[in-house]
Write a protein that binds this ligand. Structure first.
Ligand code: PGA
Ligand code: ZN
Length: 432
């Protein structure tokens, strides 16, 4: 392979107007590529650490000039002129150069930008599509296209906390293609916007990922309004379009109780509440139904929900192999939410994916609430044959960049769209 000629970092802005990092990687043969990294707001405590400048006079301390300077400086100096056997060696050397367990010295944002830009430059150098190159990192080929899970309604940390839970997503569960899934999502979103206007007197207020965020009186209203929107779009709830929920429970847990409106629920009550949703609503996936460190209650959550819905771990797992291993051993989840920037390099994210799939889990490749117009996530989801992809709503260009890339990959490859694990209507107690 060509040697690496240069790495350059740059501070750019994400979809919230906050700084993030872009890296340019140039190989000696002339191939070069850019890649930029996303950033979360409802973060897990076990995530790799982004490096922020901390200058309160500039972007509230969120500047990324130091991380970008590490790319152009120390990382460039250590890597320029060298050849790498593969992505794993490149990532291993990045991790060693940083030298910290949480990537806080050089910054997980700098490291991931380098990891991605290198992968993209090598793919260009090889003359293969990025999704093929990503598949090659796993010694595999792309086998399927991911099923879409699309934010419809938002609350929690992405919408000013008007309800405790973070997102209600729609899952076009029987659509035969990405193309059809997107057109159904559009129809439901438009119906939900009309409903929001009629019921709450507003339609324009959207949350960080483009979900509608009216002042719902409670979380159950988000679910019943979502069902109403699916019906109003002329689709069958649970058969054509099912629901997924990101409870993001870490963010309303105080270490003993879940703050649920005026109530204080213990872990068992939280589990019962979520199990009840499966009877009343066509919910096929529940993410972070409990807090990230409420480990002792997760097996019970899994026992109660898993026969009927995916038990998806985001903050719980943080794309971290050690946490995933613990969750597999304790039977705490059945699906991994994979966010590459939670762990900081492509190779470590690949390890997380291997562990989860090896345990028979499903995998959702996910964007962050702060995104850029970069579309590598779509290639990653296809290359790694993810079961689901979670990009946000079907508004806002930082989200559409990924959907549009999925459409392009679909028309180029004709890969099949992965089936939902079982027909949602049969799975859920909900009667359409
Ligand atoms: P984040 O949220 O990107 O703000 O962390 C997304 C999620 O919780 O899935
Ligand atoms: Zn989440």
């Amino acid at each position: 392979m060509n040697s690496l000629s240069s790495l350059t970092g740059r501070e750019i802005l994400d979809s919230r107007g906050r700084p993030t990092v872009e890296c340019r990687c140039v190989l000696s043969g002339g191939a070069w590529a850019l890649a930029s990294v996303p950033s979360g707001a409802s973060t897990g405590s076990a995530e790799a650490r982004e490096l922020r400048d901390g200058d309160p006079q500039r972007y509230l301390g969120l500047g990324c000039r130091t991380a970008a300077a590490h790319l152009s400086g120390e990382i460039h100096q250590a890597f320029a002129g060298r050849s790498f056997a593969d992505q794993r060696q490149f990532d291993r050397d990045l991790i060693e150069l940083d030298g910290t367990a949480d990537k806080s010295r050089l910054g997980a944002n700098a490291l991931l930008a380098a990891s991605l830009a290198f992968a993209r430059a090598v793919a260009l150098d090889r003359g293969v599509p990025l999704y093929d190159h990503f598949a090659g990192l796993l010694g595999d080929i792309p086998r399927q296209l991911p099923r879409l899970t699309i934010n419809l309604f938002s609350g929690g940390k992405h919408a000013g906390g008007q309800v405790p839970i973070q997102d209600v997503l729609i899952v076009p569960s029987s659509a035969a293609s990405t193309d059809v899934a997107l057109s159904q999502a559009f129809a439901v979103y438009q119906a939900a916007a009309r409903l929001t206007l009629e019921k709450y007197g507003m339609r324009a207020l959207t949350a960080d990922e483009g979900g509608l965020a009216p002042p719902f009186p409670d979380a159950e209203s988000m679910l019943s309004d979502a069902v109403a929107a699916i019906r109003a779009a002329g689709l069958q709830p649970g058969t054509d379009v099912a629901l997924a929920v990101d409870v993001a429970a870490t963010h309303f847990y105080d270490g003993r109780h879940y703050h649920w409106g005026s109530q204080r629920l213990d872990s068992g009550e939280m589990v019962q509440l979520l199990a009840g949703w499966l009877d009343r609503f066509p919910v096929v996936s529940i993410e972070d139904g409990l807090a990230e460190n409420d480990w002792s209650a997760w097996p019970e959550l899994c026992r109660c929900l898993a026969p009927r819905a995916l038990v998806l771990g985001d903050d719980l797992l943080c794309t971290n192999p050690a946490r995933i291993r613990r969750a597999i051993e304790s039977r705490s989840a059945t699906a991994l939410l994979l966010k590459v920037n939670q762990i900081g390099t492509l190779s470590e994210a690949a390890d997380a994916l291997r562990l989860a799939s090896g345990a028979g889990w499903r995998v959702t490749v996910s964007a962050r609430s702060g995104e850029t117009e970069d579309n590598w996530l779509a290639d990653l989801a296809v290359g790694w044959s993810a079961d689901q992809i979670k990009v946000g709503s079907i508004t806002q260009s930082e989200r559409l960049a990924k959907y549009n890339r999925l459409l392009a990959i679909e028309s180029d490859t004709h890969l099949p769209l992965v089936a939902w694990p079982a027909a949602p209507a049969e799975n859920s107690g909900f009667a359409p």
